[in-house]
Design a protein around this ligand. Sequence first.
Ligand code: ATP
Ligand code: MG
Length: 578
Amino acid sequence: MIKASTMFLSTLREVPSEAEIPSHILLLRAGMIKKLVSGVYAFMPLGYRTLRKIENIVREEMDAAGAQEVLMSALQPAELWQESGRWYAYGPEMMRLKDRNEREFCLGPTHEEVFTDIVRQQVSSYRQLPLNLYQIQHKYRDEARPRFGLIRSREFIMKDDYSFDRDEAGLDVSYWNMYHAYEKIFDRCGLTYRPVEADSGAIGGSNSHEFCALSDVGEEEIIYCEHCTMAATAERAAFKDEAAPAEAELPMEKVHTPGTKTIEEVANFLGLPQSKTMKALLFEVYRPEDESGKPEYVACFIRGDRQLNMTKLVNALNVPEYAVIFANESAMGAATGCVGGFTGPVGLHDCKIVVDSELVNTKNLCAGACEEDHHILNVNYGRDYKADIVTDLKLLQAGDPCPVCGAPVKSARGIEVGQVFKLGTKYSVPMHLTYHDENQQEHPVVMGCYGIGVTRTFAAVVEQHHDDNGIIWPVSVAPYHVIITVIKPADEVQMSLAEELGKSLEQAGCEVIIDDRDERPGVKFKDADLLGIPVRITVGKKAADGIVEYKLRRGGDVAELSAKDAAAEAIKLINAEK
Ligand code: ATP
Ligand code: MG
């Protein structure tokens, strides 16, 4: 039990100007977090209590799933990342630093390398596997755009877990074990979420799921089907090509199309549907291992009415995302023959051509002529141009056919609160984490990794549980369960009833704030709403008769009850939900 008059607490009436979304606004206004610098936050007493509750839910479920908790260092030597090949691949998001002897380090953005290193020092036999280790720890990522408070910060708390198995079958068991633990964790945090298939980089396959808390402010677009179980991030969702109508290939014909730089303009000018055109997207790629500083030019082609899915392109090129940027068209034009707004695959040279799979069987398309103000009609794959890579490059959008069952798909927005990932031998092979089987044969350990953004989950709970007046904490993660608002703290009868009530609640396992501040009742009610404490009991004039007011933050009427009944109601609710 704590008295509000003694708490390190400050609530704000004003909306902080940098905050755009409810969780960021409300957590700052409630004084639960404070900003130190862009993307770096400190947790104040109430905020830290909720953070610890979320951490403990995570901890309990991870322990129940058989994982063992450890704590690795945040400071990591560059050598480990050079061994895995990620020192360069990780790019500018990594916070790098040097010690006094010029030795390079980073502040860990993630810990695959460190766990692999620790485990290889100790594991050598099949008898020591499987193994599942996790930690709850600060991570550092120099995000290009830190924003939305705890949702995308530069220092944040992650629960990261790594599984070590003898083989793929073992990994499959570990993976689904973690998947089900995640369901329990997010259920207990009171989140409405969807597990969706996620991109697993160049590894491919159905090797990963993201857990997305549904929210309009979510940065993740989720594509799902109401007629089957398909659910994936937009980045990941496969696009199943439609059967193109059979057509004879017609001869190419160059046409004058003055000033028609966009697909819409050229289609209108020529009276063609956009689906009969193809568009070019031009990129420069800087591979991290290439130190020449010269770009590799890439032209990709998709049907005019489609959108490019950058993740699919990046995976096809097998480079980190930051290595691909939009091309400087004049420099690229000089090197490859492309012409801004009029680029087509015919006439291009000295560049990598990546073609969407749909174009291969779609006949007689209109493409840029690589000549100012000109296009070519009846361009056909195979006959007129070839690709270095043919692959699905398209973004699946709401209304497009489901790649599994064909029904039109829907889209929703979500906050990625967790991800589970089958790594296979991606780290164990380069870092030589191996074990010997029963016959003394050596094999690489098969790994999985599983992350939960603990601080992001904190914010996601607020996104889903608030109203205009403030936060509405689910009991399971509320900083305190009950706030006893004393109307006139100077009145001894009121204070002693409040304290008696507080004691009986505390004895029953409830966590209580007594708001004994010398403030107007209206201010105290507003703060109680802003802080989102699940139960408010008001002790006022009728204290002499042992009568109080009982109200739930989530809604419902104010009830006048005897202090004893109010305590019984609160205890019943909190024990059922905590
Ligand atoms: P995102 O795509 O949102 O940048 P990610 O896929 O790079 O995230 P992971 O490497 O999968 O993130 O990290 C595991 C979890 O850590 C994520 O599911 C997310 O909940 C959390 N997380 C990642 N980046 C941040 C961040 N900048 N701030 C807060 N939480 C983060
Ligand atoms: Mg992720």
